[in-house]
Write a protein that binds this ligand. Structure first.
Ligand code: GTP
Ligand code: MG
Length: 196
């Protein structure tokens, strides 16, 4: 259960993040996929994480502390075309350094837009996670934007691609920041990993 959520700090460098003494869960995915919205939905806050209609809103590693007991981390999106190559490289290095060095990272939630066919950039990213031993879970977002059967179709297609890559399907959740679908399931997953 999330009783309390507070912003702690924003960083460009994983070494300046809060001491890695509490379990941590991070959210990543393509720009505009709904990472910040999901964090607000899960924590019952309107503006804890900054949201925008324009991709590229979140540009730092943002730590939130939950129940004084674990961290939730909002990360910048990948695959955002409208930034310069050098900014893109800086972001990618910041994110990959964070993901490969953060010892207390329990799980990385990789957000995937439930409206789309499997996107090469998402498949490339989870392949990279697999290669680097980053434990990840897929979260399909924006399920409110279309009917259930369309969502299920896209989820199946994505999981099929995962089976091709990993030989098995990853754990996944279907969510909507609009109508809170999946909220209890994601929180139950985290609660199961965190001892309070
Ligand atoms: P960056 O920080 O730019 O990488 O984006 P982000 O992944 O954090 O996305 P953000 O939460 O800022 O949301 C992007 C847009 O999608 C906003 O206009 C949100 O209101 C909208 N959005 C996010 N989640 C949902 C959802 O579940 N349903 C609907 N209908 N809209 C959503
Ligand atoms: Mg964001």
């Amino acid at each position: 259960m999330i009783k309390q959520a507070k912003f702690v700090i924003s960083n460009t460098d994983y070494r300046k993040c809060p001491a890695p003494t509490k379990p941590e869960f991070a959210f990543i995915g393509r720009s505009n996929v709904g990472k910040s919205s999901l964090i607000n939905m899960l924590t019952n806050h309107k503006n804890l994480a900054k949201i925008s209609g324009k991709p590229g809103k979140t540009q730092l590693i943002n730590h939130f502390e939950i129940n004084d007991n674990w961290f939730m981390v909002d990360l910048p999106g990948y695959g955002f075309a409208k930034v310069s190559k050098s900014i893109k490289n800086t972001w990618e290095k910041m994110i990959s350094d964070y993901l490969t060095n953060r010892d207390n990272l329990v799980a990385l939630f990789v957000l995937v837009d439930s409206r789309l066919d499997p996107q090469p950039i998402d498949l490339e990213f989870i392949t990279w996670c697999g290669q680097h031993g980053i434990p990840f879970v897929i979260i399909f977002t924006k399920s409110d934007k279309q009917g259930k059967s369309k969502t299920n179709q896209n989820v199946s297609k994505f999981l099929d691609e995962c089976v091709k890559i990993f030989g098995e399907a990853p754990q996944y959740f279907i969510t909507s920041a609009q109508n809170a679908e999946g909220k209890e399931d994601v929180i139950a997953f985290i609660d199961n990993e965190v001892i309070e």
